[in-house]
Design a protein around this ligand. Structure first.
Ligand SMILES: [Zn+2]
Length: 388
């Protein structure tokens, strides 16, 4: 039996009564509640579903299959006649996201020939992806300003329900999925003609404000990040708290917070360079010490990172001793990572050494010229000297 839909009657209808048609457990362990009528908006048309309660049981998701609306809950509904309640904030933030998208998409299309190809919803902001001519800062600011002017002017969202013939007689683009009954939306002053079955405010002033936070070019498309209404307020609170925490941690105020961050970054960079310098000095001493007994060096240090091993290999490459050849190894998660490296004027063929080693041991890796990187399941440091 087709579910009678109440959400188009009024978006402010948040409490209603209904009769339970069925309440069956699905394969995911959730109860699928079907009512004779509902004001819960399901997840269709790119708009998020409502949440709320039926008979005081939490409704976590609402979907639509054919003409039946299914409310999903962890709990079983026992009563036949139930009272239902829709979460007001979720309902209105969903519509604010959707109507803000209508506004921005309409302005971008009408003023700049930029067409919306997709729209996504995140925690407290949204995005839409556009295709068309190049987008710039001035267009973004002008679009935001125009959207907010329309909000201030109380622009209405006019919704008409048209049959297919009437719709087509207006010369509007038709898609088979629209069916025979089409909900056509128009924002006053824009005449943007959208076929859209989602929920809308009847007046744009219920968005309060639209903010385009940022935009970026992604391949040949543009992605606009925006927010509106309740979520804009939440985002502002979040960002203000974050900013306050940053100031507190840096013992800074608004005027010098960036300067303090720059100082910190510079200090960090200087310290990093100093550490690199000291490490290099230490590694060089280590190599020089090993060179006093042989030109063929085997160096094992499991405390090091592979990056540090590479740093040592550079010392070997640039050594004054052209006979030096080194095997450097560290252990990482039960694997032995190694580098075989020679001084830059050394004539030894490292590929030959690696192939020979590979014939006897289960190793992988490779390289050419001065350096070979490899990995082994066993410790080669005790046998490597005979291969070098
Ligand atoms: Zn819509």
């Amino acid at each position: 039996m087709k579910t009678k839909v109440l959400y188009y009657d009024s978006i402010d209808l948040l409490d209603f009564e209904a009769k339970v048609i069925s309440c069956l457990k699905n394969k995911d362990g959730l109860y699928e509640i079907i009512l004779d009528q509902t004001a819960f908006y399901p997840e269709v048309g790119g708009m998020q579903h409502d949440i709320g309660t039926i008979d005081n049981k939490e409704i976590i998701k609402v979907i639509k299959k054919d003409d039946i609306i299914i409310h999903l809950s962890n709990d079983k509904i026992e009563n036949e006649n139930v009272k239902a309640h829709i979460n007001k904030e979720k309902r209105f933030t969903n519509i604010q996201a959707h109507d803000a998208q209508h506004l921005i998409s309409a302005i971008m299309e009408l003023d700049y020939d930029l067409f919306t190809v997709s729209h996504h919803t995140f925690d407290n902001y949204y995005d839409l992806v556009l295709e068309g001519p190049p987008l710039n800062d001035d267009m973004i600011r002008a679009c935001e300003s125009k959207a907010n002017d329309l909000i201030m002017k109380h622009a209405q969202m006019i919704v008409e329900v048209l049959n297919k013939d009437t719709y087509l007689s207006r010369g509007l683009p038709y898609n088979e999925k629209y069916g025979d009954s089409i909900r056509l939306t128009n924002i006053e002053y824009l005449n943007d003609n959208n076929a859209c079955g989602c929920l809308h405010f009847n007046n744009m002033d219920r968005l309060s404000l639209v903010n385009i936070l940022n935009y970026e070019k992604v391949r040949n498309q543009y992605r606009i990040i925006f927010t509106s209404g309740i979520k804009l307020n939440e985002l502002l609170h979040d960002y203000y708290d974050l900013f306050s925490n940053i100031k507190l941690k840096l013992k800074a105020n608004e005027d010098n917070v960036l300067e303090k961050i720059d100082n910190l970054l510079e200090k960090n960079s200087n310290q990093h360079n100093e550490i690199m310098f000291l490490k290099n000095k230490l590694f060089k001493q280590e190599i020089d010490r090993l060179l006093t007994s042989s030109n063929k060096i085997v160096y094992v240090n499991n405390e090091l990172s592979f990056e540090e091993l590479k740093q040592i290999s550079n010392i070997v490459i640039n050594s004054d001793n052209k006979d030096v050849i080194a095997y450097l190894q560290l252990k990482n998660n039960d694997k032995y990572q190694f580098i075989i490296v020679k001084q830059k004027d050394n004539q030894t063929n490292l590929s030959e050494i690696f192939t020979n080693l590979k014939n006897h041991y289960d190793i992988n890796g490779g390289g050419r010229g001065l350096v070979i990187n490899g990995q082994s399941n066993e410790d080669l440091s005790n046998i490597i000297k005979e291969y070098l």
